[in-house]
Design a protein around this ligand. Structure first.
Ligand code: BMA
Length: 825
């Protein structure tokens, strides 16, 4: 029998041993084994982890992300799984007065045994569980966790109801709802200890939580209350040292010890405070706060947290049109630009710190300042919010309820209540948290998706009443009690079908895609805040190759088709493509055009929303990322490759945007500025043909303040232009825009070569490109792994551009260039 030995790192931070009696924490993450309860053979397991990765690591299953494997693996969620580990506890730890086991996340119905005693039964993957194990713990221990398949509890709960709730049995289980299958994700219902398991021991004092609250702030001072919750058996007064950015700011002797029953906040004043800003408006400055609690000179415990000094408010005020929906950060109305975020992997333990780092860097690179953490996934790991704080990305946080109606019995409500308290408290210190939202589309579903048909009034009343208990009572009260963040009941406020969606609250526009409406619908129907709208595309060649495990780009294989989870998905892409683009036969070309199509439609929406500022104050497209290799609405695919949409959204999300509209023969140039400073510059307009001949030019001095301005208007009839053969180049300050007068498929592009010069650089390669004709949507691709500084861009005639390719590859011999010119006959 193997035993993991705790190596106790004596905390030398505070000098000599006798000067502290601080709590100790050990992660129980080694020597785990697992098996199906029906099996007798144990295999090695990983904690934190889940049963799919454990089966995979032991080569007991094939990769669920390849081909049709997902379908062959459904037996896994129909089985029960058992995990165990053995561990030693040293004498010093055993002698501590208090010892607890802490389970940060068990997915989901788990029975936990320590040395054969049942110590815990769980029913919520979003909750942390703490168990006192002082009386059971021995020098040698066995910890065992049995995970029961979710269907058992779900069937039991279902049988208690005289009616069925939409949508399926997932609603009975508090775990990531997308694991039951979604229209962009596989059905991989996991089990396992998905977050760390720790052993915590202490004697007389332990800090449980710190919660700094900004009381008031001006340019000279910020006043904060530092709320502290601790377990405290010490009767006498304690000292509290507060370090601000490493400097001891204040020692305070409290008259009474701060403990759970009686807590009195400490206070802190920061002189000349620096405010935290979303990255596109300023520096996301964070202060480090460290609190050291002492009993005379003996250190009892310490805790650190980072805070950003900012105020955030959601402003929903009635106005002459409906009601506003915008965020004020530090009293400044801020336009929100971004996307909806889903879990990065169906197997959460595969998401490493660098996945978080890279993805959130990509968010900043694309000029996004807000992500919506969508309600069918998970309350994210701490690192996600840490990085959003650091990088200046605001977070719209949904509670984890999506596209369904949920039960309302006391046990379920109590479970939800505890989940909400824990998660609100866990993330409330983060500067990035802008909003808590109750659910995704539950209200819209109830009112618009036929969920009420064939139900008695009594049944309808009960279901809606249960909805209100959670989303109108438990959740807002929890958010109000434990945080300073605003709460919004459901996203969207009004669904499709209610005309008020355009005048009040946030909106999801799924007329595009699901209902097949023209992209132009986005331009003519602008809501106050667009929290979802999207269009699918195929992923990168790398991802397609991975799905098929084949070098050719095959998008018709059965295995590949399993990675399109929307029942009409392929057809919808095809239908839209016919409207605006050439429809290629060759799969490589088809994949490329599908990405151009997605970028074309979504940026049309983004720009229309931004042109309507300040009527509209935000645009978040669906969706940023993928949880597996797939055909989906994402702008970045599973392997981190930017699709055309991410490159194009980056341009449409610039603080300063030039955006063109053309209605009948009236051309309008709009300028949109998201920075609080005004800009005075020369708007320069040039109309050129595809050989670079200037047909017309004009310029105009413009003073642009915050918001948007229709800066230039022209009747194009006066130009006598051939609309299929011209591009309008507009420049204002450092912004530039290329615009066309017809659909991409109607452009009369020429087939001429692009001259390319590749040179090796420190970080990869520099690619210099030049052509005699306009090259539309130049797509650079290679089998090597790397990132192009720009892609899917237009190259003006005779213009020379430099693209940086960041890669570890030694050569770039396979670099290929695709353009729309090659596809338009
Ligand atoms: C939105 C989301 C998801 C869904 C997406 C695409 O409404 O909230 O539920 O995946 O549509 O259909």
């Amino acid at each position: 029998m193997k035993y993991s030995v705790f190596i106790i790192f004596i905390i030398t931070l505070f000098g000599c041993d006798s000067n502290h009696d601080t709590p100790v924490t050990f992660e129980l993450n080694s020597d785990w084994e697992f098996k199906s309860t029906k099996d007798s053979i144990w295999n090695s397991a990983t904690v934190p982890g889940n049963v799919y990765t454990d089966l995979l690591n032991n080569k007991l299953i094939e990769d669920p992300f390849i081909g049709n494997n997902e379908n062959k693996l459904q037996w896994i969620s129909e089985s029960d799984w058992e995990y165990k580990t053995n561990f030693l506890v040293d004498k010093a730890t055993l002698n501590k007065k208090h010892i607890e086991l802490n389970f940060k996340g068990l997915d989901t119905y788990a029975s936990v045994f320590l040395n054969d005693s049942l110590i815990l039964k769980t029913d919520n993957a979003f909750k942390e569980f703490v168990v006192d194990v002082k009386s059971i713990l021995k020098p040698k221990n066995e910890l065992q966790i049995v995970f029961q398949r979710t269907t058992i509890s779900e069937e039991k709960e279902k049988a208690k109801l005289s009616y069925q709730l939409p949508e399926g049995n997932r609603i009975f289980t508090r775990k990531a709802q997308f694991q039951y299958g979604w229209d962009w994700g596989p059905k991989l219902n996991t089990s396992g200890a998905w977050r760390p398991v720790t052993l915590n021991a202490w004697n007389d004092y332990k800090i449980n939580e710190i919660h700094p609250q900004l009381l008031d702030i001006n340019n000279d001072f910020a006043h904060l209350a530092i709320n502290l919750k601790s377990k405290n058996n010490i009767e006498q007064n304690l000292d509290y040292d507060i370090y601000l950015n490493g400097i001891l700011s204040r020692t305070q002797l409290n008259n009474s010890p701060i403990n759970e029953r009686h807590s009195k906040p400490l206070t802190l004043t920061i002189e000349n405070p620096k405010r935290w800003w979303p990255h596109n408006l300023g520096e996301p400055y964070l202060y480090n706060i460290k609190l050291v609690v002492k009993d005379n000179e003996r250190i009892l415990d310490s805790i650190s947290t980072k805070i950003g000094l900012r105020t955030i408010e959601l402003i929903t005020e009635k106005d002459s049109i409906g009601a506003s929906f915008y965020f004020k950060v530090n009293d400044v109305p801020v336009y929100m630009k971004g996307a909806n975020y889903i879990p990065q992997n169906s197997m959460q333990n595969k998401v490493t710190d660098s996945h978080y780092e890279n993805l959130l860097n990509n968010v900043v690179d694309a000029n996004m300042n807000m992500l919506r953490v969508w309600g069918g996934g998970i309350y994210e790991n701490d690192i996600f919010y840490d990085l959003c704080d650091e990088k200046g990305i605001l977070v719209w946080q949904d509670f984890m309820f999506a596209c369904a109606m949920y039960p309302g019995d006391d046990e379920f409500l109590k479970n939800v209540q505890e989940e909400a308290i824990q998660n609100v408290k866990r993330i409330r210190n983060h500067a990035s948290i802008a909003l808590w939202c109750g659910n995704n589309e539950n209200s819209e579903g109830w009112h618009r998706w036929g969920w009420q048909s064939n139900r008695s009034n009594k049944e309808k009343d009960e279901i809606w009443h249960n909805y209100l208990k959670i989303f109108d009572s438990i959740l807002p009260e929890t958010v109000g009690k434990y945080s300073n963040t605003n709460y919004w009941e459901s996203s969207p406020l009004y669904g499709r079908g209610n005309p008020k969606y355009k005048t009040e609250g946030d909106a999801h526009d799924w007329w595009i895609w699901h209902d097949g409406y023209q992209f132009e619908h986005l331009e003519n129907n602008v809501p106050r805040f667009m929290s979802e709208f999207g269009f699918q595309s195929f992923p990168s060649y790398e991802t397609i190759r991975y799905i098929n495990q084949n070098d050719t780009i095959d998008i018709a294989s059965e295995g590949f088709k399993n990675h399109q989870k929307h029942s009409r998905g392929f057809q919808i892409i095809d239908d839209y493509m016919k409207r605006d683009f050439p429809v290629p036969i060759n799969p490589e070309d088809y994949v490329y055009v599908s990405q151009l199509l997605q970028a074309h439609g979504i940026t049309k929406g983004i720009e229309a929303h931004r042109r309507a500022k300040p009527y509209n104050m935000g645009t978040l497209f669906w969706q940023l990322n993928d949880c597996w290799p797939a055909v989906s609405w994402s702008s970045i695919d599973y392997f981190g490759n930017w699709k055309a949409l991410h490159y194009h959204a980056k341009k449409s999300f610039e603080n300063l945007l030039i955006s063109k509209t053309l209605q009948n023969d009236t051309l309008k140039i709009h300028l949109i500025n998201d920075k609080p400073e005004s800009i005075t510059s020369n708007l320069q307009l040039e109309l050129m043909d595809f050989d670079g001949k200037i047909i017309w030019r004009d310029s105009k001095m413009i003073r642009l303040s915050l918001d948007n301005k229709m800066a230039y208007e022209l009747n194009t009839k006066t130009l006598n232009l051939n609309p299929n053969e011209v591009v309008l180049v507009s420049k204002f300050s450092d912004a530039i825009s290329y615009d066309y007068f017809v659909k991409p498929k109607d452009l009369k592009l020429k087939l001429l070569p692009i001259k390319q010069t590749i040179t090796k650089t420190k970080e990869g390669f520099n690619i210099r490109l030049k052509s005699l004709t306009l090259q539309k949507n130049v797509f650079l691709n290679t089998k090597t792994k790397g990132h192009f500084s720009d892609n899917y861009f237009d190259l003006l005639p005779n213009q020379e551009i430099n693209i940086e390719y960041k890669t570890k590859a030694k050569n770039l011999e396979d670099l290929k260039i695709k353009t729309l010119n090659q596809l338009i006959k």
